[in-house]
Every structure is written in structure tokens, then in C-alpha cells.
Design a protein around this ligand. Structure first.
Ligand code: EPZ
Length: 430
């Protein structure tokens, strides 16, 4: 089992290139099978979640050709199997995007029902509500969801909760339904817009993505395209908080600053300096930062995927901060790990009160999930001593060459897999 070992206390300084958005890529890869022509997708992040989904896509018979590390060609003309196995869903929930994609194209699909995950119970009732509204019969039996429709017909759908996954999944199916679909109370995240742009580049007719109402005129078929995925706002935000927590000076390159506004607003509030360029943002932190309050909300609110990163930073700020997590029920596990490093935290329901401390002390801790794991790496980088992080497989699901990028900013971090390597690292840094 691999671990990260970190000798913190060095401010991160320099420039770091941000990759393509994992959560946009997952949906776009699924949508790529909706045409029988070849689709080329660029700026794909080379992370485990993406690679598992590509396996699932080739598992149903589509051709998947990795042109290079960040480019893939997909051709969905030879799909022979409309069923996605539990093995894939278990590893990567977003395999369920194939339900919307295959239902739209073939009017039939079967996907294992995803269970909960480390951040909460994560129901998919809104996805199913949308598919049913379009005319699909949905059966859930033996842990599988089967969706089938003689005809898919556009409808007016009002979602009960704002869901990124449901918005994207139903949008994909509706793109090939007959007539007009109007989806209200939809998610407005940048990756929802990116998926709509991608589908439009294949000939779909989707308007309003990025607002509360999406209008779709279904088309009978989609065609080939070449598409480049938007930059990952969460990867960018993670490096921005790494700069803040280590009192560093980091410029994130290849980003869309507009997508980072909720993050930059909080960094300014706690006392960082921010410089925005056309496609880069610089974060400078000097001296001790100050506390603030934050509540996670759907976009354009503060993202739940950036909650642990700000939490770790606030735990080092002067004063008392309160974090309210309003999207997922179980996203404070990292605070228990952080308490082992000396953070002073109190969790009550969906809110956490953090009394800032001057410094953490290194400890052996575990990554509870993807973003929490990345946040604990930030904690390690901000700690003078040595921190060892277990279960980094979670982090590898969503961050490409994470430790390499951190090292290029001066971070002292290595991936190790034995006691011998840990001792070697300790000797090197002592
Ligand atoms: C996406 O998950 C992201 N995953 C998550 O990122 C992210 O945390 C989340 O959106 C919120 O921004 C991908 O894009 C692959 P939701 P998703 O449906 O689509 C409730 C990461 O770290 N809900 O917007 O599953 C749900 O329980 C991951 O990269 C229903 O009640 O999130 C939650 O409270 C983790 N019924 C809220 O809506 C439904 O049918 C928002 O969830 C669907 C969701």
C-alpha cells in the first residue's frame, strides 16, 4: 500500500499547470459513446477514475484509443453490451453516466445501482425521476437499474434537489429524445456547461446550461467532434489553499478565473493577496491568516469539493471559524485526522467549529476520501515535522502527478510503499 511521506514547513512557491476537469471528463467520456462516429477528447486528466471509466466504456464494446496521456479517441459504433457491471460502479460511481448516454442512444441500458460512499448516502432518485419523465420504464432488481423506453419523449422536468449528476445524466438522455425537454432547478456547475457544450459540438441542441433552466430540443443522431475539456477548478483550488496554508506564493496556470471566484473570495477574506490574469491566478500568503465562516452550496456558492482544503487552512488561522457542510452528510472525517495533528475542532451535525492553532504536529494519518486526502496533504506540507498519509489511493483517483506538482513548488513529499523507504526519506530530510 502506497503512502505519502511529507516533511512540511516550506512555503510552496512557483507556478503549477492545472489539468482537465475530472468531473467534466467523466460525463464527457460517457457522452462520447452517443454517436457512431469517432470523437476525440483532449485535456483529459490522467487519473484513476478516468482510466476505470475508459475500461468500462471499452467493456461494453466501444473502441477506446489512447492517443497520448491526455487525449483519447472513442468510437461507440460497435457497442454490443448495454449493461455496466457492479465492478465498475463500485470503483467509480460516475459510470452511471452511461445510463443516460445509452438510454438516449439505444433506449435501453442497465447499470448496477451505486451504493453510498465515504462522503454520504448519495441517492440517485432525481436521475431516475428524469428518465421516467422522458418515458423510460425503470426497474431496480438484484442491485441493478434497468431503464428501457419504446420512445423517449421530451418533457418539463422540475428537479427536487439541485444535483450535478442528475442534471448531466438526464440532459444526455434528453439530447436524443423526441421534442423539447425543459429541465428546471438544475445544477449550474462549470462542468455541467462543459458537458452541454460537448454535446452541442456533436450536434445536440441544448440551451441555458449554466442557468437554472436548461432547454433541449432532441436530435435523432449525434456526430463526430474534437473537444478539449475545461480546466479543473478543484485541482486549481487545492493548490491555491496549499499556497495559503504554507504561507507561500503560487500561481495556478491554465485555469478559468471566473470558475474560481468562490475560492478566491474566501482566500481574500482570510487575508491572502490574489492576482488574476486571463488564464492564471496567483495566491500570496504573508504571515498568519485570519478565521472566517464558510457554507458549502451548489455553484456559484462555495464548493463542497473545496471544503476540506479550506478547513485545513482555517485550522491554522487566527480565531474561530465555522464550516457548514450543506451538500453531503459525511464530509468532516478529515477533521478527526487533523485533530490527531493538533487541530482544535468540534463537530455538531453538519457544522464544524475550528479554533485556529499556530501549528500542527506531524502524525501518521489516513486519507478518508479524495478531497479530504488532498487537504491532509496540505496539512502535512504546512507542518514542520513529518507526516505520513495512508490510503492515498483515494487521492490518486482525482489528482494527476500530485506529489510531482507539489515538489515542483518546493514541497518535500514522496510516495513510498515500505518502511525502508520511509526510513530513507527521514534520513534524507533530517
Ligand atoms: C458531483 O457528485 C461530483 N462528482 C462530486 O465530486 C461533487 O462533490 C458533487 O457533484 C457536488 O458538487 C462528479 O461530478 C463525478 P450531486 P454528484 O448529485 O453528482 C443529493 C469529487 O470529489 N441528491 O450534485 O453525485 C445528494 O445526496 C466528487 O470529485 C439527491 O438527493 O452530486 C447531495 O446531497 C465527490 N438525489 C446533493 O443532491 C439525487 O438523485 C448534490 O449531489 C442526486 C443527488
Amino acid at each position: 500500500m502506497e503512502q505519502y511521506i511529507i516533511k512540511g514547513g516550506t512555503p510552496l512557491v512557483g507556478e503549477v499547470e492545472i489539468g482537465g476537469a475530472k468531473n467534466a471528463a467523466l460525463a464527457i467520456l460517457a457522452a462520447a459513446v452517443m454517436t457512431d462516429e469517432t470523437v476525440t477528447i483532449d485535456n483529459l486528466p490522467d487519473v484513476n477514475d478516468i482510466n476505470v471509466l475508459l475500461e468500462a466504456i471499452s467493456g461494453i464494446g466501444a473502441s477506446v484509443q489512447r492517443v497520448d496521456r491526455h487525449t483519447v479517441r472513442i468510437n461507440g459504433s460497435c457497442i454490443g453490451d448495454l449493461s455496466i457491471e457492479y465492478d465498475y460502479i463500485k470503483k467509480i460511481r460516475a459510470s452511471y453516466y452511461l445510463l443516460g448516454a445509452l438510454l438516449g442512444k439505444y433506449h435501453k441500458a442497465e447499470v448496477a445501482l451505486p451504493g453510498g460512499c465515504n462522503i454520504g448516502s448519495r441517492p440517485i432518485d432525481q436521475h431516475l425521476k428524469g428518465f421516467r419523465a422522458l418515458g423510460a420504464e425503470i426497474d431496480i432488481e438484484h442491485g441493478k437499474i434497468s431503464a428501457e423506453a419504446e420512445r423517449l419523449v421530451g418533457k418539463h422536468i422540475y428537479f427536487d434537489v439541485v444535483s450535478v449528476g442528475a442534471t448531466i445524466n438526464v440532459m444526455m438522455a434528453a439530447a436524443m429524445a423526441e421534442g423539447q425537454t425543459i429541465m428546471e432547478n438544475v445544477a449550474k456547475e462549470p462542468h455541467v456547461v462543459d458537458v452541454a457544450n460537448f454535446l452541442n459540438s456533436m450536434g445536440a441542441n441544448i440551451k441555458g446550461a449554466g442557468t437554472d433552466v436548461i432547454r433541449i430540443k432532441g436530435v435523432p443522431r449525434l456526430h463526430k467532434t474534437e473537444y478539449s475539456i475545461i480546466p479543473d477548478q478543484i485541482e486549481a483550488g487545492t493548490f491555491m489553499f496549499a499556497a495559503a496554508a504554507t504561507k507561500g506564493d503560487v500561481t495556478v496556470l491554465n485555469v478559468i478565473p471566473k470558475h474560481l471566484e468562490a475560492t478566491t473570495a474566501k482566500l481574500l477574506e482570510i487575508g491572502c493577496e490574489i492576482e488574476e490574469f486571463d488564464d492564471a491566478v496567483r495566491v500570496v500568503a504573508k504571515g498568519r491568516l485570519k478565521s472566517t465562516h464558510v457554507k458549502t452550496l451548489p455553484y456559484p456558492g462555495y464548493p463542497t469539493d473545496m471544503q476540506p482544503q479550506i478547513g485545513v487552512t482555517l485550522a491554522l488561522c487566527e480565531g474561530t471559524s465555522v464550516i457548514t457542510e450543506s451538500i453531503f452528510e459525511n464530509r468532516f472525517k478529515y477533521l478527526d485526522e487533523l485533530a490527531r495533528m493538533g487541530a482544535v475542532v468540534k463537530i455538531e451535525g453538519n457544522s464544524a467549529t475550528i479554533e485556529g492553532v499556530e501549528k500542527f504536529s506531524g502524525a501518521r494519518i489516513s486519507a478518508p476520501d479524495l478531497r479530504a486526502g488532498a487537504a491532509l496533504v496540505i496539512a502535512g506540507l504546512a507542518t514542520d515535522g513529518i507526516t505520513i498519509i495512508d490510503d492515498i489511493v483515494y487521492i490518486q483517483r482525482g489528482y494527476e502527478r500530485f506529489e510531482e506538482k507539489l515538489r515542483s513548488l518546493g514541497g518535500v513529499i514522496e510516495r513510498v510503499s515500505s518502511e525502508k523507504e520511509i526510513q530513507k526519506f527521514k534520513l534524507k530530510v533530517s
